[in-house]
Design a protein around this ligand. Sequence first.
Ligand SMILES: Cc1cc2nc3c(=O)[nH]c(=O)nc-3n(C[C@H](O)[C@H](O)[C@H](O)COP(=O)(O)OP(=O)(O)OC[C@H]3O[C@@H](n4cnc5c(N)ncnc54)[C@H](O)[C@@H]3O)c2cc1C
Ligand code: SF4
Length: 479
Amino acid sequence: MPERMLRFVNVPQQMPAKRAVAERRRDFREIYRIFEDREAATQASRCSQCGVPFCSVHCPLSNNIPDWLKLAAEERLEEAYEVSSATNNFPEICGRICPQDRLCEGNCVIEKGYEAVTIGAVERYITDTAFERGWVKPIRPRRELDSSVGIIGAGPGGLAAAEELRRYGYQVVVYDRHDRAGGLLIYGIPNFKLEKEVVLRRRDLCEQSGIRFELNCAVGETIGFAELRARHDAVLIATGVYTARELGGPGVGLPGIVPALDYLIASNRENLGDHVPDFVSGLLDARGKNVVVIGGGDTAMDCVRTAVRQGAKSVKCLYRRDRANMPGSMREVKNAEEEGVEFIWLSSPEAFTGREKVSGVRAMRMHLGLPDASGRQSVEPIEGSRFTLKADLVIKALGFDPEDLPAMFNEPALTVTRWGMLKINHRTFMTSLPGVFAAGDIVRGASLVVWAIRDGRDAAAQIHDWVGQQAMLAVAADD
Ligand SMILES: Cc1cc2nc3c(=O)[nH]c(=O)nc-3n(C[C@H](O)[C@H](O)[C@H](O)COP(=O)(O)OP(=O)(O)OC[C@H]3O[C@@H](n4cnc5c(N)ncnc54)[C@H](O)[C@@H]3O)c2cc1C
Ligand code: SF4
């Protein structure tokens, strides 16, 4: 029976059930269960169908959220899927891992007084159902084009662009230095947020759509950038940001202090069934250890929760600001707390103790000072507030900067900003090199999956325009 809308007045918000803490601490499966059919329809029916949908305005993909919520409430799921997938290449992924509290749901107008519509969970439900019922089909372009596009990076930015270019009919080759496609979706973000079957299902669909992958192919090493440019009519760089920000202080080089991404990649590989020597040796395994993770973003949250699942003795997160100023999603902080992670706010490491390997983190308490030019409060140490935490494994999760792409690609004419991100024309997505475009984290700096998808889609449209213009110029030159 179709649901009416505007039911937020008498239907309370309900997230899909979370698995019990004792159960989820022991495995890497996703922690939220999928909605039952009736639950999804009922939750979607809470939407007020307001005149100015701020949820859409604050969704980086400008998803037509009220439309697909209405269709879901009426149980017209195939149509809901059509509408939702028209603006988003990977709705089931965004539904799982977008920080909805800061984006769509955080701007739901029924929130004041009533709680927001559970947009992400309904979005996930619609697309998971579409996959289950066979509505998600490989791309079949109306006509094949002779032109080809090379995409460097098989993360969400590169894959979204690949799909869009394939839709136009381009021959698309995606190059990645890893052995699997997916970028941070496969090797950064852990299973308990995004099960890898969900990413692999998308990779398979890309292949069935005629997108070719050249994996284990590091551009700048396995193949030169100039050679890659010569192979294709246009190139998209979607390489993400991978230079880990470093810690300072005495003892920072001690064994047992590891970068977050090494740790997460090892865990993800292990869960994918790979043999990971550094995990087997115990270097990147938290089992039985006192773990201290330094940082307060999504990466830090993923590390603490991975350590819990690996059977750490204790897991602490050291962050120099307070809870209100954490860059990570509040929902993830809450999940981590439920799972037994201890947060040590307003504390910063200054040295690492130990002889042959790390045995402790010496830290100082901080207080928040006056806001700086960016509006962010400065952090200042409190004299005489030193304390030491026991640690057998310290994970550095302080964020990422771009690699030096002009050097890596041996292409000094590729211009970058003063922070090392690729400089593009924000209208055309073209870099300083003709026919070379860029999208995702390598342009924005460490950001979100949903923004990478948006950039990939926009860049694909611009590449299509540019290749078309070049073809017209060639015809004009021949005349
Ligand atoms: C641990 C962690 C957790 C996160 N959690 C979330 C979250 O919950 N929600 C969210 O929205 N965002 C999250 N993010 C951010 C999100 O993953 C990124 O913003 C997003 O993946 C960026 O997409 P991208 O396509 O630009 O780059 P990436 O996903 O980084 O993909 C880039 C790809 O390029 C490849 N590559 C790089 N250089 C070369 C080269 N020279 N040759 C060939 N291939 C190359 C890399 O191997 C990689 O596969 C998280 C990030 C991290 C690190
Ligand atoms: S893509 Fe992200 S921000 Fe947009 S509707 Fe989905 S969950 Fe919300």
